[in-house]
Design a protein around this ligand. Structure first.
Ligand code: MG
Ligand code: MG
Ligand code: MG
Length: 309
C-alpha cells in the first residue's frame, strides 16, 4: 500500500502542488508514495494544473492504517478526522509547528520560508534530483501564490532566489505576468456560492480552547465581492454556529495590500483588540487591516496573543 503525501484541508495551490512535487522527489528516491488531497483544486490551482499539464491528486478523506507524509501543515485540525490511526512518516512545512506527533523517528523539514515548494526545491537540490520543466512551472506558481507575488511579509530572499531558479527550468521569462495570471484566476468569484467562497481557503485553529475559523480570499479588487458581501456575512453567521467561537473571513486586496475583516464572534471586541483596533470602530462596519496579507504571519499570531490575554 503506497504511502500518502497529503496537504491540508480546503487545499490551496501550495498544498496540492507540494504533494505532487514531494511525491515526484520521493519516488526518485525509491519510496512508494502517491500524492493525495483533501479536496478538489480551487480555481487558481485548476488553472495551474491545466497550464502545466499536471493531474489533480486523488481526493481522500480517510488515512487510517496508512503511512502518511504531510506537506504544508502539521496541525491535526487540518488533517483527516482519523489521522491518529495513520502512521506519520514525515513533514515538509513552513507553518508554525502543529500538534501532530509520531511513534517512530520521522523525516521532518520545517523552514521559515514563504512556501512549501521553496523547501522542496532545495530538497531536490540537496538530494541531487532534477525537476521536470512543467513541474518547475507549477512549483513557481505555488511560490507566487503563497507569497502573493513576493509581496507577503512571509516572503524571504530564499523564495525569490528559488522562484528565479524554477523560472529558468520552466522557461518562463515574465514571473510577474505569470503571477497576475494566477491571481486573476484566483479572483473568479462570480456565480460561486458564499459558502464555497468562505471555505475555498479556510482553516480552523484551537485558540486557548476556542475554535476559531479563519478564511481568506485574495482578490485583485474587493469590488469583485461588493455585491455579495451581505450574503457572505449571512453565511459566515452559519459557519460560526457550527461549533465555532469565531468565524472570520479576510478579504485581501492584493493590490492595496490590506484586508477587510468579516467577523462573526462571541467576543468581537476581543478580536478587534487582537488586531490593535478600537472595538468602537466595529459599529461603523467591517475593520480594515492595513498591510495585513498573511494569515500565518500576521493574523494567527495576533489572534493567539489575543486569546491568551
Ligand atoms: Mg497552504
Ligand atoms: Mg503554503
Ligand atoms: Mg495562503
Amino acid at each position: 500500500m503506497s504511502a500518502y503525501i497529503l496537504g491540508h484541508k480546503n487545499p490551496d495551490t501550495d498544498s496540492i502542488i507540494s504533494a505532487i512535487a514531494c511525491a515526484h522527489l520521493y519516488r526518485e528516491r525509491g519510496l512508494d508514495v502517491v500524492p493525495v488531497a483533501q479536496g478538489k483544486p480551487a480555481p487558481e490551482t485548476a488553472y495551474i494544473l491545466e497550464r502545466f499539464g499536471l493531474t489533480a491528486p486523488e481526493v481522500v478523506t480517510s488515512v487510517a492504517g496508512r503511512d502518511v507524509y504531510l506537506v504544508d501543515f502539521s496541525d491535526k485540525a487540518q488533517a483527516p478526522a482519523d489521522i491518529d490511526e495513520a502512521n506519520l512518516k514525515g513533514i515538509v512545512d513552513h507553518h508554525k509547528l502543529g500538534d501532530m506527533t509520531s511513534t517512530a523517528p520521522l523525516e521532518c523539514i520545517i523552514w521559515t520560508v514563504g512556501c512549501t515548494n521553496t523547501i522542496l526545491k532545495r530538497m531536490f537540490d540537496y538530494m541531487g534530483f532534477s525537476i521536470p520543466a512543467n513541474l518547475a512551472g507549477a512549483m513557481l506558481c505555488a511560490i507566487l501564490s503563497d507569497t502573493v507575488i513576493f509581496k507577503s511579509p512571509t516572503c524571504t530572499e530564499t523564495d525569490k532566489q528559488v522562484a528565479a531558479e524554477l523560472a529558468l527550468i520552466a522557461g518562463i521569462d515574465d514571473i510577474q505576468a505569470l503571477g497576475m495570471d494566477l491571481f486573476k484566476a484566483k479572483s473568479a468569484v462570480a456565480g460561486t456560492a458564499p459558502r464555497d467562497l468562505i471555505f475555498r481557503d479556510f482553516k480552523d485553529f484551537n485558540m486557548n480552547g476556542c475554535t476559531v475559523g479563519v478564511g481568506q480570499l485574495e482578490l485583485v479588487s474587493l469590488d469583485l465581492v461588493a455585491e455579495m458581501k451581505a450574503d457572505i456575512q449571512a453565511e459566515l453567521e452559519r459557519v460560526k454556529q457550527e461549533g465555532r467561537h469565531t468565524a472570520l473571513l479576510l478579504l485581501t486586496d492584493i493590490m492595496k495590500e490590506g484586508s477587510e475583516l468579516l467577523m462573526v464572534s462571541d467576543e468581537p471586541a476581543r478580536i478587534a483588540k487582537a488586531f490593535g483596533q478600537d472595538p468602537a470602530l466595529l459599529e461603523q462596519g467591517n475593520l480594515w487591516l492595513e498591510g495585513v496579507m498573511s494569515r500565518k504571519k500576521q493574523v494567527v499570531p495576533a489572534l493567539e496573543a489575543g486569546f491568551r490575554a
